[in-house]
Design a protein around this ligand. Structure first.
Ligand SMILES: NC(=O)c1ccc[n+]([C@@H]2O[C@H](COP(=O)([O-])OP(=O)(O)OC[C@H]3O[C@@H](n4cnc5c(N)ncnc54)[C@H](OP(=O)(O)O)[C@@H]3O)[C@@H](O)[C@H]2O)c1
Length: 285
């Protein structure tokens, strides 16, 4: 299938956010399967789908913490139980992800291949894949795996949409926690990021469910592109003790890619929760 990569899609993203009442006016919603519904994005997405009146099934290896009668255990690496989960479904939103390799192949590729086969057998109308901004440019093995998974989908007969997002607030928060786990942090201050709330990505996925397959790849990012030293400065305000760090230079092609901002898409920034607002909300709980 031809993918008219819109790396973008300004018309399409320009319609964000879609008020929930719009969904209420639409005809009976499709049945949706969410893979990886227990993850950071899935936790924001599944309740939104349910609230919009959509019948949801979800799969992962371990059950959700919230009560869910729609969950079943499926390991996408083995594919056991996958076909039963996909049968009768109209839209699959594929969020399940990990960085592992199984033999010479990545989990991302194996999972995508299994899903495409299961979807084609079940006659699924739309397979939505969440990817990451910059997977086609940044030489990180996880990104390469996601790029390969995108290509498997683009070259298949399965109708699809690919939504590439920038990094979620909670992910960057956790990364900074890792950098500062030692008494003095070693921080690549010149890298940049465009943090986004997973709730905003979840809203866009809800919209895509209603749109149907677009056979395209779209980028979306948070409201601001920030250097890591700025992210750290704001983050430090909420840490129990002030922590010190040594700036480290840009070393190697991966860091250079993140310093060049290839992980960002300022032209497709969504006006939404800022990094400062996220921190304020997260740490005042
Ligand atoms: N985090 C970010 O900043 C970010 C940014 C842009 C795009 N994305 C993309 O968005 C998607 C969701 O990310 P996320 O941060 O929400 O992920 P996450 O928090 O790491 O959650 C991953 C989900 O995948 C499930 N999973 C992992 N291995 C599985 C397997 N073998 N079989 C079935 N389920 C499996 C996990 O549940 P179990 O472990 O219980 O199976 C979990 O529900 C991913 O494709 C990611 O690449 C993430």
């Amino acid at each position: 299938m031809d993918d008219k990569t819109v790396g973008s899609g300004s018309d399409f993203l320009g319609r964000y956010p879609v008020p929930h009442r719009v969904y209420a006016q639409l005809r009976r919603p499709p049945n949706v399967l969410v893979t990886g519904g227990t993850g950071m994005l899935g936790t924001a997405l599944v309740p939104r789908l349910i609230q919009a009146g959509i019948g949801v099934r979800e799969i992962s290896r371990t059950p959700p913490r919230r009560v869910s009668d729609a969950w079943s255990a499926v390991d996408l690496a083995s594919g056991q139980g996958l076909q039963q989960a996909v049968d009768g479904i109209q839209t699959v939103i594929h969020l399940a992800s990990n960085e592992s390799r199984i033999g010479v192949r990545s989990f991302e590729e194996i999972a995508m291949e299994r899903l495409i086969n299961a979807c084609e057998r079940a006659g699924v109308r739309h397979l939505i894949y969440v990817s990451i901004v910059g997977v086609d440019q940044i030489p990180l093995s996880y990104y390469q795996a996601k790029k390969n998974a995108e290509q498997l989908l683009q070259r298949s007969e399965q109708p699809y949409t690919i939504l590439r997002s920038t990094q979620f607030h909670g992910f960057i928060d956790a990364m900074l926690g890792q950098l500062f786990r030692f008494p003095v942090g070693l921080v690549p201050t010149r890298l940049v990021a465009q943090p986004i709330s997973p709730a905003v990505v979840a809203d866009q996925l809800l919209y895509l469910v209603q749109m149907g397959p677009l056979l395209s790849t779209f980028n979306m990012g948070g409201p601001e592109v920030l250097r890591v030293d700025k992210l750290v400065k704001e983050w430090q305000l909420y840490q129990p003790r002030r922590k010190f760090y040594l700036p480290i230079p840009i070393l190697g092609s991966v860091m250079r890619a993140f310093a060049n901002g290839w992980n960002t898409c300022p032209a497709y920034a969504i006006e939404s929760q800022s990094w400062a607002d996220y921190l304020q909300k997260q740490y005042s709980k």
